[in-house]
Design a protein around this ligand. Structure first.
Ligand code: ADP
Length: 504
């Protein structure tokens, strides 16, 4: 059979921790799926956007070149244009850096001569074979690094003319790439890479950004590519990962709070169970404590009553026993009653200036008989110059009595009791020491709790209710003071009361 707290823990585990774990696993799985699908979706969108952007670039480039070629075609149709007219046309089109017009026989129509180096580049392009290919493939061609282009035009009379021109890279960047890509509504970074992978243009510095994908252009820029970059930390995977971390953290906190709640409730329940056990022990202990002196009193009373004790000395001895046991009974009952008054918040203290030494001596006197009978070596050392201290003398006397009673109760063979009183750090310190059983360090804080006893009365064989030290602590704290214990098992204990001189 499980104990109530173990049953509670098992239930709490089942009811709270298990669903939390299931939620965590499900959350984790769905977040992983979300991570993968968001990455896919992002790539798809990036590809669509890149294709669209590449088309837009091509269209803008084509439109600019077409505008120039259309004007050139109009000029050629109306006869061989003058060199100045073609110069003006080129000056009007910043995208065209240089132009050569060549007839099918390979004769240069414009300008008058090849610029240095250009013949080597353009010569083979405008040969008869190249011309035929142009006629066959569609009148336009882009050759050599996307900057050299050819177009087939016609002269007046239907004669074909090859227009070979060089694109201006700066104008391309500024007026084609910048105007089309720069205005695109997208937060991703886009770059145009040339045939060798060098960046010709980028919307923003690329730095260590990751390339997501790249798409090719078509005829107008055949071997350049448009690439999409992602700045570090901005990928959907990373965004999801951040969410995952947040989710996991939140779940962790939740689980921690739940577990802390369970642990606290469990502790509370254990404390309650422990308290219930201590209380029932207390009732048994008090009853036992009451019974012993009562039966002694009864026995001695009856013996005396029957007149069986002839010897006067013995009779006196019996009277003393009855008185002593009666005192012990009153002390015990006072302890229990005061304790219950304090617990119920009904205890009041009568604070009056009190001489310390007489209080100590009077309290000790009540224990004169047991001390003498058990052969205790008693030492009282009170500092000579002790002032009167404001206190409830009865209450402090009761606290002292409890400490003395304990010193007697928990002494072994080495029977010694020392009480000393002095002023230290502006407080009255009264210490009660014995050379008895001592208290283990781990027990020292607990002994001041109500009903707490080290070991049980049956194991230790010493009477007690477990409220003595709790009462002492209550009294001392009500005076604004403290109680402390120094003790080692086998070496005895020293309990020190520290009280403010003026009271509270
Ligand atoms: P009790 O009625 O059991 O004496 P107390 O509250 O006075 O209750 O003390 C609590 C416990 O502290 C005792 O059960 C005992 O184990 C321990 N204790 C108190 N005083 C001493 C002492 N002088 N030496 C050894 N143990 C002590």
């Amino acid at each position: 059979m499980l104990s109530p707290s173990a049953r509670f823990s098992a239930l709490a585990l089942l009811a709270i921790v298990a669903p939390a774990a299931i939620v965590a696993v499900l959350g984790y799985v769905s977040i992983r799926q979300w991570e993968v699908s968001s990455e896919l979706l992002y790539r798809e969108q990036a590809r669509d956007m890149a294709t669209m952007a590449a088309e837009k670039v091509e269209m803008t480039l084509r439109r600019a070149e077409d505008a120039f070629l259309d004007r050139l075609q109009v000029a050629l149709r109306s006869g061989t244009p003058s060199e100045r007219a073609v110069d003006a046309l080129i000056a009007d089109s910043p995208l065209i850096r240089r132009l050569y017009l060549v007839n099918p026989r390979g004769e240069l129509l414009y300008p008058r001569a090849w610029r240095e180096g250009d013949l080597a580049v353009f010569g083979p392009l405008v040969s008869g074979a190249a011309l035929r290919r142009l006629e066959r493939d569609g009148k336009r061609g882009v050759i050599s690094n996307n900057l050299v282009c050819l177009a087939l035009l016609t002269q007046r009379g239907g004669q074909p003319v090859v227009a070979a021109y060089l694109r201006d890279p700066d104008t391309m960047r500024r007026e084609i790439l910048e105007t089309t890509l720069g205005t695109l509504e997208s937060s991703t970074n886009i770059a145009v890479l040339d045939h060798e992978g060098r960046t010709v243009y980028s919307r923003a510095p690329i730095g260590d950004a990751r390339r997501v994908l790249s798409v090719g252009f078509r005829e107008a820029l055949p071997d350049w590519r448009l690439a999409v970059y992602q700045t570090s930390g901005a990928s959907p995977r990373q965004a999801v990962r951040r969410q995952v971390m947040f989710f996991t953290g939140a779940l962790g906190v939740l689980v921690a709070v739940i577990v802390a709640g369970i642990v606290m409730t469990w502790r509370l329940m254990r404390r309650e169970t422990e308290m219930a056990r201590l209380k029932s022990d207390f009732v048994a202990n008090v009853s036992h404590d009451l019974k012993t002196p009562l039966s002694v009193i009864r026995m001695f009373g009856e013996t005396l009553e029957m007149g069986r004790v002839a010897d006067e000395g013995r009779r006196q001895e019996y009277y003393r026993v009855i008185t002593r046991e009666g005192e012990r009974l009153s002390r015990l009952i006072d302890n229990v009653l005061d304790f219950s008054r304090i617990e119920g918040g009904r205890q009041t203290y009568d604070m009056t200036p009190t001489a310390v030494e007489p209080l100590i001596r009077a309290t000790l006197e009540a224990f004169g008989y047991p001390l003498a009978q058990q052969g205790f070596k008693v030492e009282v050392s009170v500092a000579a110059d002790l002032p009167e201290v404001t206190m409830d003398a009865d209450a402090v006397g009761q606290a002292l009595a409890n400490l003395i009673d304990n010193a007697i109760k928990y002494s072994g063979d080495d029977r010694a009791l020392t009480i000393d009183a002095r002023i230290a750090e502006g407080r009255l310190v009264i210490a009660v020491s014995d050379r008895g059983l001592g208290i283990a360090p781990e027990e020292q804080a607990k002994i001041f709790e109500k009903f707490y006893r080290v070991g049980r009365s049956d194991t230790q064989g010493r009477r007690g209710s477990g409220v003595g030290l709790a009462l002492v602590r209550h009294i001392v704290e009500a005076h604004g003071g403290t109680i402390a214990v120094e003790s080692a098992p086998g070496d005895g204990s020293r309990f020190s009361l520290r009280l403010p001189l003026g009271g509270t």
